[in-house]
Ligand binder design. Structure first.
Ligand code: VGL
Ligand code: ZN
Length: 197
């Protein structure tokens, strides 16, 4: 069983959004077309409460895109984005949502960010996606979406560590590319045994 996992194709990660990824909207039609090739389609949705601890605005005097040490490790402070129920948190209007078997939300814990679709950034707290995939007998995953160097990267590496057969289809991803993040993400995925297609 093969699943397509579509990571965070949401308005805030597309041009005009609060944390716009360059070209983020260019991948939508290609992702829609790919859905027919899979047994299961899963969408992930970054879903933060207002005042989330990953927002620079929640830390007095801190600028967006600066780093902070959280109890679970270093964390980039982001502009406010993907606030629960907001327009920015909605999927891109043209993303085909009807084909999705599961929509998994992440980043709802106010104290911990969650780039990965499998674990929060403490690398311990599960989202439940692993159990869903295993109970459905899904072993092969193809990942696409936003952003290649953050949520796609963390999701792909976690999935590979959990023993799934993981491919990232790069032409249907776009990156933030902040402070060397893209180069280190590509290295990390390669080392984890992710197939970069
Ligand atoms: C993401 C930064 C913050 C992502 C989510 O989807 O890659 N990046 N929240
Ligand atoms: Zn986020």
């Amino acid at each position: 069983m093969q699943a397509l996992i579509v990571i965070d194709v949401q308005n805030d990660f597309c041009p005009g959004g609060a944390l716009a990824v360059p070209g983020g909207d260019e991948i939508v039609q290609g992702i829609n077309a790919l859905m027919a090739d899979f047994d299961a389609v899963i969408l992930t949705q970054d879903w933060h409460p207002a005042g989330h601890s990953s927002f620079a605005s929640a830390h007095e005097g801190r600028a967006p895109m600066s780093m902070i040490d959280m109890p679970y490790g270093p964390q980039v402070l982001w502009p406010d984005h993907c606030i629960q129920g907001s327009m920015g948190a909605k999927f891109h209007m043209e993303l085909q949502q009807d084909r999705a078997d599961l929509i998994i939300r992440k980043g709802y814990n106010p104290a911990i960010d969650s780039y990965s679709a499998f674990f929060e950034n403490d690398h311990k707290t599960p989202t439940g996606l692993e159990g869903y995939l295993r109970t459905r007998g899904i072993t092969q995953l193809t990942m696409v979406g936003l952003a290649l160097d953050f949520c796609v990267n963390y999701s792909a590496v976690d999935a590979a560590k959990l023993g799934f057969d993981v491919t990232v289809q790069q032409d249907l991803c776009r990156a933030i590319d902040f402070d060397g993040s893209l180069v280190s993400a590509m290295d990390g995925m390669q080392n984890a045994g992710v197939t970069l297609d």
